[in-house]
Ligand binder design. Sequence first.
Ligand code: HEC
Ligand code: HEC
Ligand code: HEC
Ligand code: HEC
Length: 156
Amino acid sequence: MRSWLVVGLVGIAIGLPIIVFADQAGSDYLGASSCKKCHPTAFAIWEKSAHQRAHVALPEDRRNDTRCIQCHGSSANLNGGVQCESCHGTGKHYAKRYVMKDKELARIVGLVDVTEKTCRRCHTGSTPSIQPFEWKRLWLLVFHGLEKAKPEPATK
Ligand code: HEC
Ligand code: HEC
Ligand code: HEC
Ligand code: HEC
């Protein structure tokens, strides 16, 4: 019983970075410019963010290093480092108007509800930061849903 638990935990420890990386490298990944045509406001805000530049924050000799680009993104990504799809999920199956309008269907085919957990995949205790990761404050810094009033962030 216990050994399975250990195998499971090791699996999670090894598997997680690969899954995060696959987010961006997989063929289901479209790139921010494909979201831009329907979400120009969100794109314009994101384009000015630290996330868009996260790949160029890496020293030049690290820009293809898988240990870094799993969080920072690589220059192989169209338009930027931490992409729309790094948070919202890969878009191949949901990025169509009729799917996006159907909240339930969109989620079945890959749209992710972004919560604190999504951020903590990359904003871990060991990432360099002057201040600790505070969800409420930082969430508002990356907020780009201008169409609605800023809601309370989900903490789970
Ligand atoms: C062909 C147009 C189109 C494309 C391309 C598109 N979207 Fe959408 N998106 C929509 C529409 C329409 C809605 C529904 C909201 C509305 O009616 O304003 C929506 C809603 C959303 C929502 C809110 C969904 C919800 O149910 O809470 C998110 C998040 C989103 N889109 C992200 C993305 C991302 C990320 C991409 C790129 C991978 C993308 N969209 C590409 C048209 C599009
Ligand atoms: C688990 C995800 C993760 C990995 C892996 C990672 N980083 Fe980061 N890195 C971050 C996050 C998140 C920040 C931003 C922290 C903040 O400002 O709150 C950051 C910030 C940085 C910064 C500061 C950027 C700036 O503009 O101030 C540098 C430089 C950096 N990382 C280099 C690297 C290098 C080099 C590697 C690979 C050896 C690496 N990182 C791997 C998540 C990661
Ligand atoms: C750092 C993570 C992150 C990135 C990168 C990101 N988003 Fe979001 N997005 C969020 C969060 C958090 C919300 C608000 C909570 C929610 O609706 O899930 C949100 C909400 C949205 C919404 C819904 C707005 C509304 O009024 O309901 C759309 C549309 C959207 N994002 C599109 C995009 C597009 C397009 C990009 C890339 C240009 C992008 N996002 C990049 C985290 C992100
Ligand atoms: C795929 C990895 C990844 C995800 C997911 C992610 N981030 Fe980041 N984030 C980074 C990296 C890497 C940086 C550093 C970029 C730089 O400094 O150049 C960063 C920088 C930031 C910054 C600017 C630095 C600062 O301390 O002011 C904010 C704010 C931020 N992230 C908030 C969020 C929030 C909120 C979420 C979740 C909704 C989120 N991030 C999800 C990787 C990620």
